[in-house]
Design a protein around this ligand. Sequence first.
Ligand SMILES: C[S@@+](CC[C@H](N)C(=O)[O-])C[C@H]1O[C@@H](n2cnc3c(N)ncnc32)[C@H](O)[C@@H]1O
Length: 361
Amino acid sequence: MAKPLNKNLHRAHRAKKDEFYTQLVDIEKELKHYKEQFRNKIVYCNCDDPFESNFFKYFAANFNALGLKKLITTSYAGSPITGGQLSLFDVKGLKTAKKKEPLKIEINEVKDFNSDGAISLKDIEWLLKHDANVATPLKGDGDFRSEECIELLKKADIVVTNPPFSLFREYVAQLVEYDKKFLILGDQNAITYKEIFKLIKENKLWLGYDNGGTKWFQVPNDYDIPTESRKKIVNGVKYFSMGRILWYTNLDTTKRHEELVLYKKYTPEEYPDYSNYDAIEVSRVADIPMDYDGVMGVPLTFIDKYNPDQFEIIGQTHSGDTSPEVEALRKDPNHRHRGIVKGEKKEKYARILIRNKKVKK
Ligand SMILES: C[S@@+](CC[C@H](N)C(=O)[O-])C[C@H]1O[C@@H](n2cnc3c(N)ncnc32)[C@H](O)[C@@H]1O
């Protein structure tokens, strides 16, 4: 039976909103920190049309520098062509500008295939044009959840991409299920999703390095961006900045072993208690008191500074956090959501609840 029209429209709208493309500069800025961890590894980019994705471009261009064993990318039937960052549209039988054909690309070696004296993306182009085994059509639509993509996932060591944000929970759950290393982009709000937060709390997922500032993503020209400040057009190419976009990973970082330097001392005046949680309100991460031994409510941005040797994450001031640790902190059954600072009435403070492990009780 056909799906109701509005459901289909909704789905199409949502899918369209997933079409934004990571810039090479952002990939380079992050990936430079992990070079050693990629040596001899099979990298899989499973939401990446090689003709559009700078993840493909990055790994293909740096195949030898990183010492990769293999690079696999698969593309998705639903993704439109945005204008070809790689001008490979004339690769016959692989792709035409009109028809979208989900593809698998597997690269095992990059050398001076075209004998021009240098190894560059031109050699990748040569490889795609001359070796029919490198790029093959997928049987299905290239959905990361499809059987053939899961088979590729099983082979992979590290998955790196910017996945569809509308499927972020499911995407991460699959990576965890198959016990994969990963480095992926996601919205800052994903931290608060129950499933993602649980992984962060259990130290199975953390943030990468480059999580500050604005990242701009290339979008199709008909992509609707109502807010002017989030839109720019450079050389006819449309870009969108969509709030805070972060790197989520389970690859080790030096950053997560660095201690946050604390300089403030606790006073009850500066750090008011909540009336509905047994914790104090800390409005800025930089102001976390160095000597407080109880539970503190801190802004979401704390996660970017989180060192599991220094702090313990207890939970969130959110009605959805029903973990025993958070239940034990609740003081008011009628106000189970955000923190209320004593003297105020509103459930206002959406906070991460933490404890400093280094302060003795
Ligand atoms: C945010 S875009 C990023 C594209 C590319 N990875 C990049 O960083 O430039 C997400 C991509 O995932 C694709 N996609 C959407 N749903 C998918 C699915 N179920 N399986 C695989 N890819 C999907 C979209 O077509 C889109 O190209």
